[in-house]
Design a protein around this ligand. Structure first.
Ligand code: GLV
Ligand code: MN
Ligand code: MN
Length: 412
C-alpha cells in the first residue's frame, strides 16, 4: 500500500490556519481560550469531521479526533501537538504536528489501510505558557502530572481564573475527568519542527528524539525602595531594577559555566514598577526559565540562582523572592518507538539523526503515561518563536510520510 502525502493540501492548510491569528501576517499570535484560539479550534474540528474522525473535547479543551480501529477496545495509538502560539510567533511550531498528524491519517485512509488499533489525533490545550504561566497545561492534566486542584488556582495577568476562562470558552465538565490512565495509549508519536539548527546544518532529513530536556520555570519578585530620580543620592538607593540586572547577569554566567552547552537559562519577562522615567524602580517581576538534559545539573543551577538572589538581596538591601512554577524531570522516548521511527525512515530512504529535544513538548508529559517518540523536521536557521520561523513543504511532507508509516506500524 503506497503512502502519498498531499503536500499541496497540507501546505495550504498550514497557511490557512496561520491567518487565524491576533498578529499581522507573517507573525502568528494565538493565545489559549481567546476568540482567535476558538476560531482556530472550530476550523480544525471541521477538517477532522471531513476526514470522518469521531471527535470529543475534554474539560480543559484538549481535542481528540479518533479513527476507529478494528479492535475498538485495544489501546489507541496517539499523535498530535498544539496550535496555540506565543505572541509574535511563526506558523509551524506545534501546527505541523497537528495538521501533519491529520494528513498522516488521511494518507493512511487513502492507501486503504485498515488499522487494528484506533489512531487518535490530539490537539493539546495551551502547550505555551503565555496566558496561565505554565506550559503543556492540557498534557499535564491529561497525564496526571498536574492535579485538577493546582490547575484551578491558575489565573492570567488580568486575574481571570482558568475555571472562568475555560467555561466561558465552552469547556464544561470537571477538570478531574481529564486525566487518562496509563495504558490508555499503546504509543504516542509527535511530529514537530526541530527549533534548532542541527538538521539543516548537517543536511539530514529528519531527527529522531531520544530524550526531552528537563524544564523548570520560576517567578522572581524583587522589592526595593522607590523615590525621586533626582532627589535620592546613589549611596542611598535600593533600586529593584539594578538588583534584577545583577541577578540576570549572574544567572547567565552560571549557565555559561555549567560545564555543558545543554544548560540554558532565560529571563524572558521583566516588569518594572512604577515604570516612570524619573522614578527609581521599587519593584520588579522577572520570569526565569532553566533547562538541561541532565536533571542534577539543572537543579544545581536552580540552587546557584537562589544563592545569588540571597547574596544580591543582602548586598543591595532589597528582598528577592523566588516562586517555583514548575520543575519537571526529563522524559525518555521509548526504545521500540525510536526503532519504529528509524525503520520508517529507512523504508523511505530518508536520512535521520538521533537527537535530544531541548524544547519541551506535550510528549514530555505523555511519556508519563505512554511510550512516546518524537520526530523532528528541519527549520530554517533553527529559528522558532519568531515570525520568520520556516519549514519547507518538502520537509514537512517527508516528516508526515514517516509519521504515517510509523502510525501504520504501531496500529497494525
Ligand atoms: C515550548 O514552546 C518550549 O518553550 O520549549
Ligand atoms: Mn513553542
Ligand atoms: Mn511546540
Amino acid at each position: 500500500m503506497n503512502l502519498e502525502v498531499n503536500k499541496q493540501r497540507l501546505t495550504s492548510e498550514i497557511e490557512e490556519l496561520a491567518l487565524i491569528s491576533d498578529a499581522e501576517a507573517p507573525a502568528v499570535t494565538r493565545i489559549v481560550f481567546t476568540p482567535t484560539d476558538l476560531r482556530a479550534r472550530a476550523w480544525f474540528l471541521e477538517r477532522c469531521k471531513k476526514a470522518g474522525l469521531a471527535t470529543r473535547q475534554d474539560a480543559i479543551g484538549n481535542i481528540f479526533a479518533r479513527w476507529k480501529g478494528q479492535d475498538a477496545n485495544a489501546a489507541a495509538v496517539g499523535t498530535g501537538s498544539h496550535i496555540d502560539a506565543i505572541p509574535n510567533a511563526g506558523k509551524y511550531d506545534g501546527v505541523v504536528g497537528v495538521l501533519g498528524g491529520l494528513e498522516a491519517i488521511r494518507v493512511l485512509q487513502q492507501s486503504g489501510f485498515n488499522p487494528k488499533r484506533s489512531i487518535e489525533l490530539i490537539l493539546f490545550t495551551s502547550e505555551e505558557p503565555t496566558r496561565f504561566g505554565i506550559g503543556c497545561l492540557g498534557s499535564r492534566l491529561l497525564s496526571g502530572s498536574l492535579s485538577a486542584d493546582a490547575v484551578k488556582k491558575l489565573t492570567d495577568k488580568d486575574s481571570a481564573s482558568i475555571e472562568q476562562a475555560r467555561r466561558t470558552a465552552g469547556f464544561q465538565g470537571e477538570l478531574e475527568t481529564v486525566k487518562l490512565s496509563a495504558g490508555h495509549y499503546q504509543a504516542f508519536v509527535e511530529l514537530h519542527i526541530e527549533q534548532g539548527p542541527l538538521l539543516e546544518q548537517k543536511n539530514i532529513s529528519l531527527g529522531i528524539v531520544s530524550k526531552i530536556a528537563a524544564p523548570s520555570s520560576f517567578r522572581i519578585f524583587i522589592d526595593g525602595a522607590g523615590g525621586h530620580a533626582g532627589g535620592v543620592l546613589m549611596p542611598d538607593r535600593h533600586d529593584a531594577l539594578c538588583a534584577a540586572s545583577e541577578l540576570i547577569l549572574a544567572i547567565e554566567q552560571q549557565a555559561k559555566t555549567s560545564g555543558s552547552t545543554d544548560t540554558v537559562a532565560t529571563v524572558g519577562i521583566c516588569e518594572v514598577f512604577p515604570g516612570a522615567v524619573n522614578s527609581i524602580p521599587s519593584r520588579v517581576h522577572l520570569s526565569l526559565d532553566i533547562r538541561d538534559t541532565d536533571l542534577q545539573r539543572r537543579d544545581s543551577l536552580i540552587a546557584a540562582a537562589e544563592a545569588s538572589s540571597q547574596a544580591i538581596a543582602a548586598n543591595r538591601g532589597v528582598t528577592i523572592r523566588q516562586e517555583l512554577v514548575n520543575a519537571d524531570a526529563p522524559g525518555d522516548c521509548a526504545a521500540n518507538i525510536v526503532e519504529t521511527l528509524s525503520e520508517s525512515c529507512k523504508k523511505h530512504r530518508l536520512s535521520f539523526l538521533p537527537m535530544v529535544s531541548r524544547a519541551y513538548h506535550d510528549s514530555l508529559f505523555m511519556s508519563r503515561i505512554a511510550p512516546v517518540g518524537m520526530l523532528f523536521i528541519p527549520c530554517r536557521n533553527g529559528y522558532s518563536h519568531r515570525p520568520d520561523e520556516y519549514a519547507s513543504p518538502e520537509d514537512i511532507a517527508r516528516g508526515t510520510l514517516v509519521l504515517a508509516e510509523t502510525l501504520r506500524s504501531l496500529a497494525s
